[in-house]
Write a protein that binds this ligand. Structure first.
Ligand code: NAD
Length: 493
């Protein structure tokens, strides 16, 4: 089995304690590679390398346009390696090859976008009220950034963090998920070829409680940017702010897809199916609650079930597969547990609900049937808690006000879909829904250009778009006395 060491200061580096972790193929349930299991000493070395790089003439002395050139070159290298990186991600997280290849072909756009933005972050001249002073602002990089990422879209979500961080002039230590680290370790090698100085980007793999926690606690880390579960995010947020570090959190969701009676029903069915079964439901934006107006409920459910029944579950590398395995054994158990919880709560199981024994190479894999519950009450756990799997809850409503109330009656607020042909209603409801992203007659569109993040328990801060670079900068106000020399020391002017 191939072994992947850490990447520190531009070099592949063995973990200090010499330990390894297996990484498994979800389609077979078997290990296929080993990643280094880092520890606090490795975190120490990586943060020290990132610090040296942050202060180095090669990085700190590089112009913003120079940083942009490097990011652009990196984007080109990712485009060149997109297929190979996608194949690695499919091995590690079991998502469909078609999806991961499209995702990897899109990742360069983050580096091109922030390459272009690097030299367009301007300070301001303040029209100060104090005579004889010239006052202006500078935007300075925060320092060393810890980027902690989940397994579901490892490189896409890494790009969301490190492209703006590097454009801002920060340096980075990445801690990928222990379930899907290999693509990050392959990707990081491209930095040298792109011309980045050693130490600007480092990767320490290992367990969250060992490597992730040590990074968050390290006094040399100025900012923590995290994507993952809300439970871990809450813990990291408290630890980081307790040390007065900057922190951004992209967490989970329980997002509603709201189908009104005037919707184009076939389109709404397509959107709701893609919202929950794409990526086997393992996306933070999964539309896991479908709210349907009573007058079209039965017709909608019939159409939804008819389409959901056709979903082909199988090996993620097979081009005909529409729903792949779930990424981890723990995730499979969690999903099956929630299905039992929903049944016990009185939700009606209309489709799926079982672990699936696939055939051939996939027979030991972690497959679960696409699952649909109707008759769900919004107070049930299946409607309130994130399952992170292909399990859809259908909830009935009568009026627009009731739809908004149910949509907002969860602690999360990451995303929502609205299906209606009435544009007045689309405006009203999109304003009332408490979510960081709202799609109208669509679901799942994201872009490097458009801000992404959560309301309520779904997170803090925004990724993507122009504003995201500010998450890695701090503002300095510079006062220059251009008038009379400093006078009476006891009177401030
Ligand atoms: P997770 O929270 O278990 O782990 C995420 C990362 O945090 C991993 O790298 C893990 O090793 C690390 N970690 C775990 N414990 C830690 C600790 N104590 N200190 C520091 N780091 C620690 O999440 P996961 O299981 O990898 O990912 C699935 C979850 O991520 C889902 O709940 C999903 O909703 C969420 N998610 C959110 C978004 C978003 O953008 N909002 C995107 C993808 C996934």
């Amino acid at each position: 089995m191939r072994q992947y060491p850490l990447y520190i200061d531009g070099k592949e580096t063995a973990a200090k304690e010499g330990r390894w972790l297996d990484t498994c193929d979800p389609a077979t349930g078997q290990p296929w590679a080993r990643i280094a299991r880092g520890g606090p000493e490795d975190v120490e070395a990586a943060v020290a390398a990132a610090h040296r790089a942050f202060g180095s003439a090669q990085w700190a002395g590089l112009s913003a346009s120079g940083r942009g050139m490097l990011l652009h070159r990196l984007g080109d290298l990712i485009a060149r390696e997109a297929r190979a990186l996608a194949e690695t991600e499919v091995r590690d997280n079991g998502k469909l090859m078609a999806e991961m290849h499209a995702q990897l072909q899109y990742v360069p756009q983050w580096f091109y976008y922030y390459a272009g933005l690097a030299d367009k972050v301007e300070g301001t001249v303040i029209p100060t009220d104090k005579a004889g002073f010239f006052n202006f602002t500078r935007n300075e990089p925060l320092g060393v950034v810890a980027a902690i990422t989940p397994w579901n879209s490892p490189l896409l979500l890494t790009a969301w963090k490190i492209a703006p961080a590097l454009a801002a002039g920060c340096t980075v230590v990445i801690k990928p998920s222990e379930f899907a680290s290999v693509s990050t370790l392959e990707f990081v090698r491209l930095f040298k070829e792109a011309g980045f100085p050693d130490g600007v980007v480092n990767v320490v793999t290992g367990l969250g409680a060992e490597v992730g926690a040590a990074l968050v606690a390290h006094p040399g880390v100025s900012k923590v940017t995290f994507t993952g579960s809300d439970e871990t995010g809450r813990h990291i947020g408290a630890a980081a702010t307790g040390q007065l570090k900057h922190v951004s959190l992209e967490l989970g969701g329980k997002s509603p897809n709201v189908v009104f009676e005037d919707a184009d029903l076939p389109a709404a069915v397509n959107g709701c199916i893609s919202g929950i079964f794409a990526a086997t439901g393992q996306t933070c934006i999964a539309g896991s609650r479908v709210l349907v107006q009573s007058s079209v409920h039965d017709e909608f459910v019939e159409r939804l079930l008819a389409l959901a029944r056709t979903a082909r579950v199988g090996h993620p590398a097979d081009a005909a597969t529409q729903v792949g395995p779930v990424t981890t054994r723990q995730q499979l158990d969690k999903i099956l547990h929630y299905i039992e919880v929903a049944k016990a709560e009185g939700a009606r199981l209309m489709l799926g609900g079982e672990r699936l024994a696939a055939t051939g190479a996939a027979q030991d894999g972690w497959f679960v049937q696409p699952t649909v519950f109707t008759g769900v009450k919004n107070s049930m756990r299946i409607a309130q808690e994130e399952v992170f799997g292909p399990v859809l809850s259908v909830i009935r409503f009568d009026t627009e006000d009731e739809a908004v109330r149910i949509a907002n009656d969860v602690r999360f607020g990451l995303a929502a879909g609205i299906w209606t042909q009435d544009m007045g209603r689309a405006f009203r409801v999109s304003a009332q829904i408490q979510a960081g992203t709202v799609w109208v007659n669509s679901y799942r569109a994201v872009s490097y250009m458009s801000p992404f993040g959560g309301y309520k328990d779904s997170g803090l801060g925004r990724e993507n778009g122009i504003g995201a670079i500010r998450e890695y900068l701090q503002t300095k106000s510079v006062w220059m006395n251009i008038g009379a020399p400093a006078g009476n020391p006891f009177v401030i002017r």
